[in-house]
Ligand binder design. Structure first.
Ligand code: NAD
Ligand code: TYD
Length: 339
């Protein structure tokens, strides 16, 4: 079995590469990644010598390069993680989100149609369901809910999902889509809530909480997400969407307080800053379908997952310090000074 993992130098893609090489030592894994600011070769260092792994630097929206790679490799399965993934950046500069997330998905599916694959799996997000109100804890995202989107990021992911379903219906491409809630764990780029707050807390810097901090996210440990995708690509039904989430809702303020408590820093570091434009209130996944059809359940509870994640950031300081010492500093200034 030969699997193309796009975006495998990013947070979830890299965790998926490690997971698959471990779970299926007989599979060949090829990673295609453009190495944008979010892609990091240091992350893939431990598998670069593995004979079952190949890294290819390239852009998923580059039709010629993608077709050449498909011609060379004859993939059985394609799992598309490659994306611009940060909501705040999409508010600053939407264009690149449309190019990578929509056109990149189209190019990959055209290559799948041309060369044939057993499965094209699109790694989607729960953000395509819009948001839920804070005062209705009885409501959850189910797969049959209408697609709607609040940010240019979620709109681009929603457009990609629609295109994936259209390629299934029109061209018969064997597709699946997963829509996962917020992930956390090792190798997450420190622009996202959890690693940003860990890094700031460790440096005794202010922890910038948007708005009131009441917004709720449904957190899932990244390895649980990887295992769900592994199940879907092998046992999931073609043409179906699977929500992935573990009923682990927490307000941003709760998450930040847990991190502070775990690293032994005072809550006085919390600083409320201007809210994100269009800020979604609450995400909450109903994972009944993937549980009933594929037997998936999360295995890492938040208390354990956050401890492991903090330990990882403590033990791998050079990984994230390299990131935050570079061009990321300009990003941080732009996003957080005068907010
Ligand atoms: P990330 O930003 O950490 O990584 C994205 C990777 O894609 C990077 O390695 C980057 O170099 C690569 N990439 C970007 N543009 C590319 C292009 N044009 N061609 C090839 N590679 C390109 O993102 P992540 O958090 O790992 O998310 C991965 C996927 O999972 C995304 O599709 C995202 O929408 C989805 N997702 C993320 C979450 C989450 O909580 N992080 C939740 C649900 C779904
Ligand atoms: P983020 O990690 O960007 O994920 P998403 O927007 O895709 O859910 O943000 C998670 C939540 O944390 C979101 O409600 C925005 C909030 N947030 C802050 O309050 N401060 C920050 O510095 C960041 C990056 C996010």
């Amino acid at each position: 079995m030969k699997i193309l993992v796009t975006g495998g130098a990013g947070f979830i893609g890299a965790n998926f590469v490690f997971y698959m090489l471990d779970a299926h030592p007989d599979y060949d894994i090829v990673c295609l990644d453009a190495l944008t600011y979010a892609g990091n070769m240091e992350t893939l260092e431990p598998v670069m010598d593995n004979p079952k792994f190949r890294f290819v630097k390239g852009d998923v929206a580059d039709r010629e390069a993608v077709f050449k790679l498909f011609e060379e490799e004859k993939f059985d399965i394609v799992v598309n993680f490659a994306a611009e993934s940060h909501v705040d950046r999409s508010i600053e500069d939407p264009g690149i989100f449309l190019r990578t997330n929509i056109l990149g998905t189209q190019v990959l599916m055209d290559a799948c149609n041309e060369y044939g694959v057993e499965r094209f799996h699109q790694v989607g997000t729960d953000e395509v369901y819009g948001d839920l109100p804070l005062d209705r804890p009885d409501l959850f995202f189910t797969e049959d809910m209408p697609i709607t989107a609040s940010s240019p990021y979620s709109a681009s992911k929603a457009a990609a999902d629609l295109l994936v379903m259209a390629y299934h219906r029109t061209f018969g491409l064997p597709v699946t889509i997963s829509r996962c809630s917020n992930n956390y764990g090792p190798y997450q780029f420190p622009e996202k809530l959890i690693p940003l707050m860990i890094a700031n807390a460790l440096a005794d810097k202010e922890l910038p909480v948007y708005g009131t901090g009441e917004n709720v996210r449904d957190w899932l440990y990244v390895e649980d997400h990887c295992r769900a995708i592994d199940l879907i690509i092998h046992k999931g039904k073609v043409g179906e969407v699977y929500n992935i989430g573990g009923h682990n809702e927490k307000s941003n303020l709760e998450v930040v307080k847990i991190i502070l408590q775990q690293v032994g820093k005072p809550e006085s570091l919390i600083t409320f800053v201007g809210d994100r434009k269009g800020h979604d209130l609450r995400y909450a996944i109903d994972p009944t379908k993937i549980h009933n059809e594929l037997g998936w359940l999360p295995t890492t509870m938040f208390a354990d997952g956050i401890r492991q994640t903090i330990d990882w950031y403590l033990e791998n300081e050079s990984w994230w310090k390299n990131i935050i010492s570079g061009e990321y500093q300009q990003y941080y200034e732009k996003m957080y000074s005068n907010r």
